[in-house]
Design a protein. Structure first.
Length: 132
């Protein structure tokens, strides 16, 4: 999953840079825009659902504690506490050992893409100014 996130991030960055190039036709720009949106949407779906898994996992453990577990007999209370202990560790979808997939990860990737684009645009502008 980490390799997918990395490749997708780099591809989105390169696609956005290609959109800003002057020698690309309108049709090509439309195709690149569509491709970039599809990549971003696919990455968003992975991050969104991973985030939902984590949120629902947290709700599950809170549901155990919010129930009337204390009204049960001793054997059931012990089992419920064991269940709560098992559920205490939230489920998280990781993208390798480096990051976890969440909406914050998606936002960070989009911010990085925009930063890469602005850096490229500044470099391109300086290159044009020095050659003229």
């Amino acid at each position: 999953m980490f390799i997918y996130v990395l490749v997708c991030s780099i591809t989105i960055c390169c696609s956005v840079v290609q959109l800003s190039m002057e020698n690309v036709s309108t049709t090509q720009k439309l195709w690149v825009l569509e491709y970039s949106l599809a990549l971003a949407t696919q990455l968003l779906l992975f991050c969104w659902h991973s985030n939902e898994i984590t949120v629902e996992s947290d709700r599950t453990v809170r549901g155990v504690y919010e129930s009337n577990w204390w009204k049960a007999n001793l054997q059931e209370r012990k089992q419920i506490l064991l269940l709560a202990g098992k559920l205490a560790r939230p489920l998280v979808v990781n993208a390798g050992p480096f990051t976890r997939l969440s909406l914050q990860t998606f936002i960070d990737i989009m911010k990085g893409t925009y930063s890469f684009y602005t850096l490229f645009a500044q470099m391109q502008e300086r290159y044009i100014n020095t050659n003229n």
